[in-house]
Design a protein around this ligand. Structure first.
Ligand SMILES: [Zn+2]
Length: 684
């Protein structure tokens, strides 16, 4: 069950397809070339009444001018082992981020997808705004930076203009509610009510006079998104808007000594939040934890002290007063979740004595937010809090494949990609912060359930849909090229062996919050594969990747082998050995330009000494297969695992089966890819 239905139940009372399959601009072939530094200018845009059916009534009529700098870097074609390749998956992610949009409504996404109806369809409703809240807009420029892809780049300026026209005179982000007939479908009232009018009236979101609303949720991820824009073009306009938004959010916070929480409900333009009781449980996290990540990201970039102060106070609220975590970080079931669980599913009736668990992504994104702040200010207590929560979740999902339940409840059968993405993000960032060594967790989860949950080959979608009788489309739905447009998107309710298992309570296939969370996490993965600092190259994850200092060619899991093509002078090269290779193993070998090289182990890393541009380093190590049994979502499966990659599962799935990867037992296959190395990266 998705959070839309969750909150509706719990509190409630709560065009055309234009995608070029190969994209434009990313198919530059042959010789190495650098991009131009040309930037396109936008802004002062009036509504395009000629081509759109739905003209949004934003809080501002026009947007300030802005540029979108070209994604410049080195482009070349390369022959690489046909193994997991994050840049290639990120290109698919861009296909989904831009393909699920509606050109008739400022490229607003269709947030919900159902592959089991005939025809398969995507639906608009209020929750389309996950494109903001869950980071689809934040992920798009990050994935373009990682890949150089310009696929469907007509979307970017319209999204950016929409953000700018949604920021009111008070600095908050206002969601427009008028003119698109679906914006009042499935409105999550627990997030939005009450709505304070400019005259101080207490309204509900059902009031048809309300044209725009703002709250902490509409603003939180926009801070991070605009920070990415600022890092790309350096335009002080973004900085001014971000800082005004932070000051305004801080002024609405309810201060309680050394901590603070943000108010419930929403305001219309000119409205003021009234005093708000302290929320607890799920809604405490949703309102006051999520903004921490963007505040911390902006503080890291600029040192803006009000961002740090607000993030610090919200973090203390989340850790000690939200009643959604124990003070040590263990996830607790919120009182609001508990009330809902009882009515939702008979399976939850035995939960009376359960204290720990609850909604996966809500707890995960809350922890990730505290992690971002704690790492930014080097707060060990905050990092330990996150580590305890992470370890608890790891112990209560499948730590083998990276399947974590939508709800941490015993035997809960479905995973939501959002929580899987949160767990990988935490594994990378906790390892980076030095409070744990979770590289192997990340490696297993990336290779298995996380990227098996990305729609790559959509052939099964039409077969699944044809099992059902034809059903007419509703006015808020589209059936045009749904499988193709969602290629690169991520599953909303996967099982341990299946992309989708439709049932009466889980009839949909994708909620695109998951595509936002997963695309952001793909950038984190791409960024963390290697690190090059002070002429020391550390390869943390043995995955294919191009970069300015070295290109990585990973043969895993065909063979236990990784090649490095060195491109910059390195005084030390460190390569982390995967989990299945014993420390100090004499079966590990290394050669530089074909000459055997001595190896020194330092923890899990091999130290290979210095190297110079054009050196070719080959590291070989054993790889083997094992058969294991693991309980995933309450079902016991037999898994065949090569290295850390699951290559077969039994019983197999019947709709969109996972792990059909026995080809990894064959000799290494190769593929031609278009590589892109950006001139500069964003640390995110
Ligand atoms: Zn999700």
């Amino acid at each position: 069950m998705d959070r839309r239905n969750f909150t509706r139940t719990a509190f409630a009372a709560f065009g055309s397809w234009w995608i070029g399959r190969n994209g434009q601009g990313q198919e530059q072939s042959g010789q190495q070339q650098t991009g131009s530094s040309f930037a396109k200018s936008y802004g002062e845009l009036a509504p395009d009444t000629a081509t759109k059916k739905h003209i949004r009534r934003y809080v501002r009529d026009t947007a300030p001018r802005f540029d979108i700098p070209s994604y410049t870097g080195l482009r070349y074609r390369d022959n690489v082992p046909d193994t997991l390749d994050i840049a290639e998956r990120a290109k698919l992610g861009i296909n989904a981020l831009t393909g699920i949009t509606d050109p008739n409504a400022d490229y607003e996404i269709y947030w919900l997808v159902n592959f089991s109806l005939n025809p398969p369809r995507m639906a608009h409703d209020y929750n389309d705004w996950v494109q903001n809240v869950e980071g689809l807009m934040e992920a798009l420029p990050l994935l373009r930076l990682a890949t150089g892809s310009t696929l469907n780049d007509q979307v970017d300026p319209v999204w950016m203009t929409g953000i700018l026209r949604s920021i009111g005179p008070d600095g908050l982000f206002y969601v427009p509610l008028e003119e698109c007939p679906w914006t009042r479908i499935s409105t999550p009232i627990a997030y939005l009510n009450p709505v304070w009018s400019p005259t101080g009236q207490k309204l509900t979101i059902a009031d048809s006079s309300i044209e725009q609303i703002a709250n902490s949720g509409t603003c939180q991820r926009i801070i991070g998104t605009m920070t990415v824009y600022y890092l790309r073009d350096g335009n002080p306009m973004w900085k001014d808007l971000i800082e005004k938004m932070i000051r305004r959010l801080a002024s609405t916070a309810v201060l309680q000594g050394d901590y603070a929480y943000l108010p419930s409900g929403s305001i219309e333009p000119g409205g003021k939040f009234d005093t708000s009781p302290m929320p607890s449980g799920y809604m405490a996290e949703e309102i006051s934890a999520r903004p921490i990540q963007g505040l911390a990201q902006y503080y890291k970039v600029t040192g803006y002290e009000p961002a740090r102060e607000l993030a610090a106070k919200l973090s203390r609220f989340v850790r000690f007063h939200s009643q959604y975590y124990k003070p040590d970080g263990t996830p607790m079931i919120g009182a609001d979740e508990r009330a809902w669980f009882k009515d939702y599913d008979p399976a939850f009736h035995d939960m009376e004595n359960l204290q720990y668990g609850g909604h996966g992504h809500a707890h995960g994104i809350g922890l990730l937010s505290v992690l971002e702040y704690s790492a930014a200010v080097n707060d060990p207590e905050g990092l330990f809090f996150v580590r305890t929560g992470y370890e608890w979740m790891k112990a209560n999902g499948s730590a083998l494949v990276g399947f974590f339940p939508e709800f941490f409840m015993p035997g809960y059968s479905r995973s939501e990609t959002c929580i899987n993405a949160d767990m990988i993000a935490m594994a990378l960032k906790l390892s980076d912060a030095g409070v744990g060594d979770y590289w192997d967790d990340a490696d297993r989860w990336i290779r298995n359930h996380f990227l098996e949950s990305q729609l790559v080959d959509s052939g099964w979608v039409s077969r699944l849909a044809k099992r059902s009788p034809t059903k007419p489309l509703l006015p808020n739905e589209t059936g045009e090229h749904v499988a193709e447009r969602n290629t690169g998107a991520f599953a909303g309710w996967s099982a341990g062996n299946d992309w989708v298992v439709p049932s009466a309570q889980h009839e949909n296939s994708i909620m695109h919050c998951c595509t936002g969370s997963a695309c952001r996490t793909m950038y984190y993965v791409w960024q963390h594969i290697l690190n090059f600092q002070d002429e020391i190259l550390s390869v943390n994850l043995l995955l294919n990747r191009a970069s300015a200092c070295c290109d990585i060619y990973s043969y895993i899991p065909y063979e236990g082998r990784v090649d490095l093509k060195i491109k910059q002078l390195c005084r030390q090269i460190r390569v982390r050995m995967p989990q299945w290779v014993d420390g100090g193993s004499d079966q590990v070998s290394c050669a530089i330009n074909g000459n055997p090289q001595s190896i020194k182990w330092h923890g899990r890393y091999l130290e290979l000494g210095p190297a110079k541009p054009k050196d070719r380093i080959t590291v070989k190590f054993p790889i083997s297969e094992q058969t294991v049994h693991d309980t995933i979502g309450g079902v016991t499966y037999r898994l065949e695992i090569r290295g850390s990659t699951v290559i077969a599962i039994d019983p197999p799935g019947r709709n969109g089966p996972l792990y059909e990867r026995a080809y990894y037992r064959q000799p290494t296959r190769w593929r031609i890819v278009d590589r892109f190395v950006p001139d500069s990266e964003i640390t995110w």
